[in-house]
Design a protein around this ligand. Sequence first.
Ligand SMILES: Nc1ncnc2c1ncn2[C@@H]1O[C@H](COP(=O)(O)OP(=O)(O)O)[C@@H](O)[C@H]1O
Ligand SMILES: [Mg+2]
Length: 366
Amino acid sequence: MTDIVLRVAGISKRFGGLQALSDVGLTIERGQVYGLIGPNGAGKTTFFNVITGLYTPDSGTFELAGQPYKPTAVHEVAKAGIARTFQNIRLFADMTALENVMVGRHVRTQSGLLGAMFRTGKFVTEEAAITKRARELLDYVGIGRLAEYKARTLSYGDQRRLEIARALATDPQLIALDEPAAGMNSTEKVVLRELIDQIRKDGRTILLIEHDVKLVMGLCDRVTVLDYGKQIAEGSPYDVQRDEKVIEAYGPQPQTHRGAADRRAAGRGGDAMSATLLKVSGLKVAYGGIQAVKGVDFEVREGELVTLIGSNGAGKTTTMKAITGLLGINEGDIQYRARASAAAAHGTSSRKASPWCRKAAACSPA
Ligand SMILES: Nc1ncnc2c1ncn2[C@@H]1O[C@H](COP(=O)(O)OP(=O)(O)O)[C@@H](O)[C@H]1O
Ligand SMILES: [Mg+2]
């Protein structure tokens, strides 16, 4: 007899005029990695939110390890045995990595608030066991050395692994991962894949949301595809990949267009003279010891549209955050209107915006 961990059927969820899920169902066997894929906006996260008690469905039946469960409260669902991670990472940013995992573990503890207040013997023993287990889990996901770092100082890749450790800490029957590879670079993705594979080998059952079809294919035993809230295919990764409806849902590959700058570069002479608005030189930015941006240089001139492109985790958002002052800089500098500022000093510019410069160390306006 097959051992079914999760069986849900007939899930529908409407937001105002939008049918986010229409009659969605799936069955996950123990030990499987089950993939839930579909383009952005297909309803994947809504499905997770419904089965984990964040959203109340309009209809649906739910069974966890043969027992009906009502996904009415997040805490109850965690106790029943489903743990999850979030597409938009939700950690306790100012707590350490270790403390974040300990929070997950507390779902399974007995002492309660009074035990904690009066530090009963049972509480102290339990706390020591929780700390030990939390450290083991940090090692398991590969970030043991970051135990004492605050969650917010970790790279996205490490924060995602921390979320997985916290989810594992609840000893779940099913661990549900919502786009765990989002924001990771290709090396981090390989490591993540190995981790998910290891979690499965260690006997856990995994429900994995991804919009990147390639990532799930080698990893999943079965796959369901959502599009506009409807299930358009279900089966082995091999069959699903070849399904006409799935190919259609993912659409043609993006075309490249020659941009305005290309066109200008091809036929102009004058643009090279326009003032430099923003100049980024040798920019380096790190998160908790991980170098996310390793020497970025570019310029934006007046009237230009400059695009930063690169794969997930390449450092685009980190660069933007450094430019806008949300992150500190380790090396290099960022100059805004440096040339205009010299002109302004000589009374030759009528521009109002003040120039500024950011550097790893203090930097005076150019
Ligand atoms: N809380 C909400 N309120 C209103 N609309 C929502 C809410 N959550 C999701 N949606 C809508 O439901 C649809 C499915 O979204 P989502 O489940 O996030 O898709 P996916 O995770 O597949 O990208 C989208 O059209 C989205 O805008
Ligand atoms: Mg989503």
